[in-house]
Write a protein that binds this ligand. Structure first.
Ligand code: SF4
Length: 460
């Protein structure tokens, strides 16, 4: 559905290109906000590792699911359908047909019921549930409710478990909203992207601004769940004035939180092709996007929103953004459904991504398609990605926990970044400046790459 849809195999493979083209040190003598680096190096930093041989996947999976799980855990459920294909999206998978909803939820419920007694599933609480896609709200109301009820009955959800349904406004009726709430959902994450009707239509979004506002008012009136939306900056045709108008419209809605995302133009996406052909305006480039980012930060600070991560802001106490923060820390994550991805004991894994094959296989066995070996430095990578995701890092404390002098090890890098205005350091703490926040994925990946190349244990 959006940039926070994580763990997909294609995203993982896309990243698997090695450290070339990923500079550690920033450009000198330039304004760091637009120009510290020439491009963003990743959507999700910290991916990597080698894939387990195909013939070993089955045996390894059996071992992983017999282990008792501990620590904060998420559970992800993938709904691989969309009613239309949005031009900017790299996650579109299958068109929705008349029978899709029932057939798919039958399969998913069967998968959950079969897995529920495994030690890895039932051994400790689950703290965040996320129905992502695709478009979960494209499912029929009764299927949404029975899926959520099944999750609540079969899985050991913590009392304060965050239960999110991701979706879009198109075809998200009040009946569906109520079905989700009745099934146990306590958070809606809605991909709005922009309120501007003309831009929405040019990108293949169906609902107009008035429809979005009406749906938001309905969700607010029901008052049963945190309501969070995504807005994207850097869309084709989105001037700074339109972006400011999007932000001001958001502030008037009284929602619980918002994600402000940068547009990622995926290679070979419909959007890239349309821009290359000239049938769509070229989106603002990276340095222009940095000013949209700054405007978003300034607006949220002025409106007294709480910052929960670099891109995520909460207004009310209802919003915690827990699922996404757990993912960034590389916490354990169970996964269910075609094309879902999770993480067990440091092993990222991916389920069958072809819907037909998933439906054929899941009745017999868990359709695990790929597993990635844990990184040698998984704990460090989790600490770096989790910390920089929220804009600060207690490097001294992380180093003490891992038995490494990280302040000394990273000194050349941190000194340069501080000199050019990307970070501030203070007693072991590293805090990102506004420019550092914009380039956070580069800084995170650079710290990982620098460790991999230069740390003695890692062969540097
Ligand atoms: S609804 Fe649009 S943005 Fe969401 S996953 Fe489908 S194609 Fe992508």
């Amino acid at each position: 559905m959006n940039n926070k849809t994580q763990g997909k195999l294609n995203l993982y493979k896309h990243f698997h290109s090695g450290v070339k083209d990923r500079p550690v040190f920033a450009n000198e003598g330039v304004d760091p906000l637009p120009l510290a680096f020439n491009k963003k190096v990743a959507v999700h930093p910290g991916l990597g590792g080698t894939f387990v041989e195909k013939e070993s996947i089955g045996a390894l999976w059996k071992t992983l699911v017999q282990k008792e799980r501990s620590g904060k855990t998420a559970a992800y459920f993938h709904i691989p359908f969309c009613e239309t294909h949005c031009l900017f999206c790299g996650f579109y998978s299958n068109p929705l047909t008349r029978d899709s909803s029932k057939t798919y939820v039958d399969a998913l419920v069967g998968e959950i019921q079969r897995d529920k007694d495994l030690p890895v599933v039932n051994s400790s609480p689950i703290h965040a549930v996320y129905l992502g896609g695709g478009t979960p709200t494209a499912l029929e109301a009764e299927d949404l409710e029975r899926l959520l009820v099944c999750i609540g009955q079969c899985l050991p959800l913590a009392n304060d478990c965050e239960i999110t349904v991701e979706g879009r406004i198109h075809n998200f009726s009040e009946e569906k909203m109520k079905a989700c709430i009745s099934g146990g959902a306590n958070r809606f994450s809605i991909g709005v992207q922009t309120f501007n009707t003309d831009i929405r239509r040019s990108l293949g979004r169906v609902a107009d601004k008035a429809t979005i506002l009406r749906s938001m008012q309905t969700l607010v009136r029901l008052d049963q769940a945190a309501i969070v939306i995504d807005l994207i900056y850097g869309l084709p045709g989105q001037s700074m004035a339109i972006w400011e108008s999007d932000l001001n419209t958001l502030l008037g809605l009284g929602l619980d939180g918002v994600d402000l995302y940068q547009l990622n133009v995926f290679k070979n996406s419909a959007l890239e092709k349309a821009a290359n052909k000239g049938t769509m305006q070229t989106p603002p480039d990276i340095s222009q996007q940095s000013h949209y980012f700054a405007k978003g930060v300034e607006t949220m600070i002025r409106a007294r929103y709480r910052r929960l991560s670099i891109s995520h802001w909460g207004r009310s106490t209802r919003e915690r953004n827990l699922y996404n923060l757990l993912f960034k820390k590389r916490s354990n994550a169970l996964a269910f459904g075609a094309c879902a991805g999770g993480n067990l004991d440091g092993h990222f894994f991916f389920l069958e991504n072809k819907l037909n094959r998933y439906l054929k296989t899941v009745g017999r066995t868990k359709p695990v398609m790929a597993i990635v070996h844990p990184l040698e430095n998984d704990a460090l990578v989790g600490a770096l990605t989790g910390g920089l995701e929220v804009g600060r890092l207690d490097l001294r404390q992380i180093g003490q926990r891992l038995g490494l002098n990280l302040e000394e090890f990273y000194r050349p890098v941190l000194e340069q970044w501080e000199r050019v205005g990307l970070i501030e350091t203070d007693g072991g703490w590293v805090t990102l400046t506004l420019a550092g926040q914009f380039w956070q994925v580069n800084l995170t990946q650079a710290m990982i790459d620098y460790f991999n190349v230069n740390h003695p244990v890692n062969g540097g």
